[in-house]
Ligand binder design. Sequence first.
Ligand SMILES: [Zn+2]
Length: 235
Amino acid sequence: MEQIPEDWKRGVVIVAHPDDIEYGAAAAVARWTGQGKDVRYVLATSGEAGIAALPPAECGPLREEEERRSAAVVGVHEVEFLGHPDGRLQEGLELRRDLAAAIRRHRPEFVLTMNHRETWGPGFLNSADHRALGQSVLDAVSDAANEWIFPELTEPRWTGVRWVAVNVMVGATHAVDVTDTVDTAVASLAEHSRYLQALSDVPVAEQAREQIEMATGPKDGFAADRAVGFELFQF
Ligand SMILES: [Zn+2]
């Protein structure tokens, strides 16, 4: 297992929903912002279908606010929502175009996204939104660099992405040592308080601690007490 490259200045984390980044990846983000890197978040949806009994028109703004607070905890101050429908993300040209435009606006060298595979591991199905989003991000990196695929985009093309790191539970090729940022990641996840309260009666702080400890376990062949794993794609 190799160390994720860290010789970059600007990174963008692109996910489907508020809270996706906070279940582990934010520990790596906290490390990178601590190194002085510029990291931004782009979310395809506002997570408006994510809380039972809370109508989307109320839920969306609340979850955007929770995401902004979570981001601030790990030193991220630019958070963009693309307004695609939560639960109904479709892998395809429309999503790829909007993601390519976002990549062109933010001009990252490093992109982080979520697992796009069918499962999280044997027996744990990944969601339709996550599959659509992750695959479309990988495709959109090339779209962002090509002036002919989406000629209607007004942002100039961006050929500077060097890596896409996909946050995975199994099959990681690379890892990041997050031993020093676990507590920050717990605090970041705990900002999703309304969402977590709806998921379980366990107090939010306890849920956040348990989830982050699970997501940042030591990785085989990587010398760190706490680590987050990724599959790394080079461009
Ligand atoms: Zn999600």
